[in-house]
Ligand binder design. Sequence first.
Ligand SMILES: C[S@@+](CC[C@H](N)C(=O)[O-])C[C@H]1O[C@@H](n2cnc3c(N)ncnc32)[C@H](O)[C@@H]1O
Length: 451
Amino acid sequence: MSELEALRSIINESLDILQDELKAANLPDLFVSKPEMHPLDDLTYLQTPRLFETRRILLGACRMLAAAVQPPTEKIIEEGWAHQRSQALHMACKYNVAGVLAQSAVDQDKGVDAETLAKRFGLSPDPFKREMRMLASHHYFRETSEGHFANNRISMSLVPPNVAPYGIEYIAVWGLKTAHCVVDSMPINEWRTGGQLAYGFDTDMFTFIAKHPEYLSMMVSAMSGLYESQANGLTTGRHFPWKDLPPGTVVVDVGGGEGGLMMAVGKAFPHLKVLDQDRPEVGPAALANWQKHAPELLAQGRISFEPHNFFQPQPRSGAEYVYVMRCIIHDWPHEESVTILNNLRNAMLPSSRLLIVEHVIYPPIMPKEKTPLLLANIDNNQPYKEISTPWPMPNGPQVLELAHDIEMFCNFKAKERTPAEWDSLLGECGLKVVKIWSTRTEFSIVEIMLA
Ligand SMILES: C[S@@+](CC[C@H](N)C(=O)[O-])C[C@H]1O[C@@H](n2cnc3c(N)ncnc32)[C@H](O)[C@@H]1O
């Protein structure tokens, strides 16, 4: 069978399974053009294991099919222009174009002409129209007739308070400038990160952005929105068995930020207490977050904040503690990561567990054997586990996870890790992996104990 034939059959079979899964979950078929969100677009929606895997495989197969069909030079040049798309999305978000087009006065069949929209935003009509047209050609909006634009399902996710606009602001403003310097940051003797070269600072990034409220708020909004929406997928008992932890266990979130993950854990598991450790200046924001979103946890005394510097010894040691770190180690170069992990290792007992929640990278290796499509074998009543990708698709596809990996290099000369890289780093710190739990989010949970 040729690659093209194999991809055709993967796509056909996966589409059938996708539609069956949607039907079984009482969900409408997926679509692009209608100006409304699909229930699956709610980032807190927890998909069945088979639905999640089917979408993952289908997307990978469609991307590979496009690579087979598109002339290679065209693909290379098209993707090289990706920054234009990113800036067009930035324009759409900055002026809340999708929000304006979602107003009830807008005729969704006709849309609004670019000139009216541009005037409202104080922009030149012709370039505005052309930016919108480019977005429409990538299915972000609809061009309903020449120069008239309306929302579709994709642009509806650009309407605040959905999290996508905050992500785009970070990517198109901060991320673009740091990415521009990434190649210059790669020579062996260049110690500076892409971010340091781009913005001209020589401290770590957290120190720099703490002094620049415009970047700080951009990052906090992008991270908290995206991270919070993943909490549901991380706290389901189907992944790490939180529910089996003994009553009274205290989950210590090291570098827990505004405490979103701990709030989700505390709400989902009433037998647990949660403790958020972070830099002292983060405490008031965490408290305000819980007062607003989880006053009951505060009243029950099950959630609290403790100032702690993770470069200092971990003060909480004992059988009642489970440690969590989400998106911490990936922010630090090797030496600092070892220090942070050693501080935790020194506090851990043989029975202790450390849960690192990060993007685990599975390299996109081409399959040597002809793995069949295994979607139909997935049992929705069993815990979620990634299936091997069918031939001829490479392992993965992990487009988002790998983008985060490069972003960690741009910002910190840090990284996301493969399972082998986790073994190596943890081994250096007297720790070892118990299990890597896949979740139906972009994160995995790496369960760790003393070696
Ligand atoms: C990427 S955020 C992750 C926040 C949180 N774990 C989450 O997933 O939502 C990194 C966190 O590390 C914290 N941090 C940075 N340096 C720290 C230090 N030396 N000690 C403790 N926390 C620190 C920051 O304040 C920030 O909250």
